[in-house]
Design a protein around this ligand. Structure first.
Ligand SMILES: *Cc1c(COP(=O)(O)O)cnc(C)c1O
Length: 354
């Protein structure tokens, strides 16, 4: 497929202070677009100046939410080069999400090549400071002007990019977590394994209530017993009990995180026993009571590793590791961010140079 490139003749000023980038606020000079029309397939790949897009008010995505997205980052090495972390995994997962919500499959290889091209054009937007990166958001949605529930016949695939700082303003600091007993994020057979917008819409209510209780994120339990731990916001979760690292097994309602998969590989290479299994909130409460609960942390592209310092369960507060960053959380954070920035050796072949 041809990739047409139209460069902007009015480049934006870069954000002035890299220590104040925030997350998802600034956008680069260009974006990638690709259309799908039934009968014709994906066509008209192009990189164009970042701008608003025309959309019919009847566009199906606005009414029935047929949409998927991804999130990955480009990092600048100390030498000034730019690299991606396991990007082929993101495009693979985008197609898994597509499959679930009846969006046609994309050419993963072509999408990655187009992304690399976009990165070369907007290269100056990849920030330099430690802890910063360029967040990349590929997404696809139905554009048919049609008010009626069915799968679309027309789609738009877009990639936009945003220079970001630390996901949490406080950086790598333990966060408070609200364990949600009433609302659920996903059930087996639902769309929990897909990165599709509706899942996040469904999570907002509980997130708001958690924020009111001074908690940064919601810990979701399973949709049936409301007892088994699933995941947190946009992160998978790990608990250290005794000397074992436990993470909920992927049984059809949890998003399969690339940071989760990478963390498991690193932990196993360091000799830790990693158990992927059902894990109840009761087991966590008991481990806390008998002193065997050592650490808890979330994993995800945005925050990388996010230690949890407090779990609020049914009006009871469980304090974890004295609300300090635990050794396993710290080591995983250092290792992953080191590989991503190119200051540690990439022995797994996880890095793709741009
Ligand atoms: C994106 C996401 C994750 C983390 O996935 P990564 O590939 O590690 O970024 C976990 N849970 C949910 C619900 C997500 O949307």
């Amino acid at each position: 497929m041809q990739l047409r490139i139209e460069k902007s003749n009015q480049l934006k000023p870069l954000p002035e202070d890299e220590s104040k980038l925030g997350f998802g606020i600034h956008f680069t000079d260009h974006m990638f677009l690709l259309n799908y029309d039934e009968g014709e397939g994906w066509h008209d790949a192009r990189i164009v100046p970042y701008a608003s897009i025309p959309l019919d008010p009847a566009a199906m995505v606005l009414h029935y939410g047929q949409e998927v997205f991804e999130g990955l980052k480009a990092y600048r090495t100390p030498e000034g080069n730019i690299q991606l972390f396991r990007p082929e995994e993101n495009f693979k997962r985008l197609n898994l999400s597509n499959e679930r919500v009846c969006i046609p499959q994309i050419d993963e290889q072509f999408a990655l090549e187009a992304l690399k091209e976009l990165l070369k054009i907007d290269e100056r937007w990849v920030p330099h400071n430690v802890g910063t990166s360029l967040y990349i958001r590929p997404f696809i949605f139905a554009t048919d002007a049609h008010v009626g529930v069915r799968a679309g016949a027309h789609y738009l695939f877009i990639i936009i990019m945003s220079p970001v700082g630390a996901y949490y303003a406080a950086g790598l600091a333990p966060i408070n977590i609200y364990v949600e007993r009433k609302y659920v994020r996903a059930v087996k057979g639902g769309t929990g394994t897909a990165k599709t917008g509706g899942n996040y819409s469904a999570s907002l209510k509980a997130q708001q209530l958690a924020n009111l209780q001074d908690c940064a994120q919601v810990l979701w339990l399973d949709g049936i017993d409301k007892e088994y731990i699933e995941e947190v916001g946009a992160m998978n979760v790990f608990f250290v009990i005794d000397d074992k690292v436990i993470t909920p097994s992927l049984e059809g309602s949890i998003l399969s995180g690339i940071t989760r998969k990478s963390s498991i590989a690193l932990l196993q290479s360091w000799g830790y026993t990693v158990e992927e299994r059902r894990l109840s909130i009761k087991e966590i409460i008991e481990a806390n009571r008998n002193g065997t609960l050592k650490e808890a942390f979330g994993t995800g592209t945005a925050a990388v590793i996010s230690p949890m310092g407090l779990l609020r369960v049914d009006d009871e507060d469980i304090i974890i590791n004295n609300r300090e960053i635990g050794p396993i959380s710290q080591r995983l954070y250092d290792e992953l961010t080191g590989i991503q920035r190119g200051t540690l050796q990439d022995t797994y072949g996880w890095i793709t140079p741009v």
